[in-house]
Design a protein around this ligand. Structure first.
Ligand SMILES: [Zn+2]
Length: 275
């Protein structure tokens, strides 16, 4: 959610049962606006960059969003915009190419830390470095949420998620509406109401909550839902997952850090999941 600096951009990968596909197909299309490198090119084979979203003959799926200028950012009509530059360029005489990136840490696939909505946690250092890597890695359930409402207590009950399940990725109407592929932020996205969050905390063993738009909390319950989830400092919220074309079922999610700058508010990491 929102604009504070307590979230981690993530790269999420899903490991799935074998499928007979190796690159972009009709079933697993390339992200709109990016180049499908699975098609032939006039370049020599060894100079064609492969930007797969699936790996291992369909065993691994990238469920993170690629950073592009037109992706949505929190409560903005304008999208991310230009966030990447090349201050050191070999074409301009530099010894090497070095990029520079400037963007909100809430952009794209990311997690929230407890300090995101509790200022005393923020001041005490409950940042992303304090998140439990054992929660960020392990068996995960991908469920389709009923499309007619936010994730309320009633909806949570109806999902019948068994006790013992610790990680759940909730796919919602947000995926059907392809909200993460639209530049303008949409406040009508689906998320948890406060009573839905409370029901989850009180009645399940879920410690990782994943969702497919920029907040796990519905716009109407933005802060209350976050407070319920994050007060205990046990639940990790993963937001803006890319769950298109992934079948519901049990996977294993894996997370690893890419860049950790030890700032208490943000860092970039890598995430994945498997059977
Ligand atoms: Zn959030």
């Amino acid at each position: 959610m929102s604009t504070t600096k307590t979230m981690i951009p993530l790269l999420l990968l899903l490991l799935l049962s074998p499928l007979s596909t190796t690159a972009s197909t009709a079933a697993y299309p390339t992200i709109p606006g990016t180049i499908d490198t699975s098609v032939s090119s006039s370049q020599p084979d060894n100079l064609i960059p492969i930007r797969n979203e699936i790996y291992g003959n369909g065993k691994i799926f990238d469920i993170s969003h690629r950073y592009i200028n037109d992706m949505p950012v929190w409560d903005s009509k304008d999208g991310l915009g230009k966030f990447l530059s090349l201050p050191a360029s070999m074409k301009n005489g530099s010894l090497a190419n070095n990029s520079e990136m400037k963007l909100p840490t809430h952009t794209g696939t990311h997690v929230d830390s407890p300090g995101h909505v509790f200022d005393h946690y923020f001041d005490s250092g409950f940042d992303v470095d304090t998140l439990d890597l054992e929660v960020l890695n392990g068996p995960a359930l991908l469920v389709d949420v009923p499309r007619h409402s936010n994730i309320t207590a009633e909806v949570m009950k109806s999902l019948h998620i068994p006790k013992g399940v610790r990680r759940v990725l909730f796919r919602t109407l947000n995926t059907d509406r392809r909200l993460m592929f639209k530049r303008e932020f949409d406040r009508s996205y689906v998320g948890f109401t406060k009573d839905g969050a409370k029901w989850l905390v009180d009645n399940t063993d879920i410690k990782l909550v994943g969702i497919d738009y920029l907040s796990v909390a519905a716009w109407s319950d933005l802060i209350p839902s976050h407070l319920v989830f994050l007060e205990g400092r046990e639940i990790i919220l993963v937001e803006a997952l890319k769950l298109d074309d992934i079948q519901p079922g049990v996977y294993s999610v894996h997370c690893r850090r890419g860049i950790s700058n030890k700032m208490r508010s943000h860092q970039m990491i890598t995430f994945s999941v498997s059977y």
